[in-house]
Design a protein around this ligand. Structure first.
Ligand SMILES: [Zn+2]
Length: 96
């Protein structure tokens, strides 16, 4: 059972598209600076929510496993204003 997929399907509108690579990088930098304050490159602050922490490796079927925000993990971010979602590699397991 894929919890993320289920929650996305039930509680959120369909994302209207992906973030660009440049935007994803901005989100990543902001997240690493302060995970509780990640502004959307397009919409500004207070619109991006961390939906879930997922395994950095997503299997070929597109399933992502929920994990804890420790070591290597990815964060699924969603902007409530432009309705776009992105997964960023949030943890490296090496940084202090
Ligand atoms: Zn946005």
């Amino acid at each position: 059972m894929n919890r993320i997929e289920k929650e996305l399907a039930e509680s959120l509108p369909q994302p209207k598209g992906p973030f660009t690579d440049a935007e994803a990088l901005e989100l990543l930098m902001a997240y690493r600076k302060d995970p509780s304050n990640v502004p959307c490159p397009l919409c500004g602050p207070d619109t991006v929510e961390v939906l879930a922490f997922i395994e950095p490796e997503i299997d070929p079927n597109g399933f992502a496993s929920v994990t804890n925000p420790e070591g290597e993990y990815a964060a699924a971010l969603y902007c409530h204003q432009c309705f776009r979602a992105v997964g960023i590699l949030a943890g490296t397991g090496k940084e202090a």
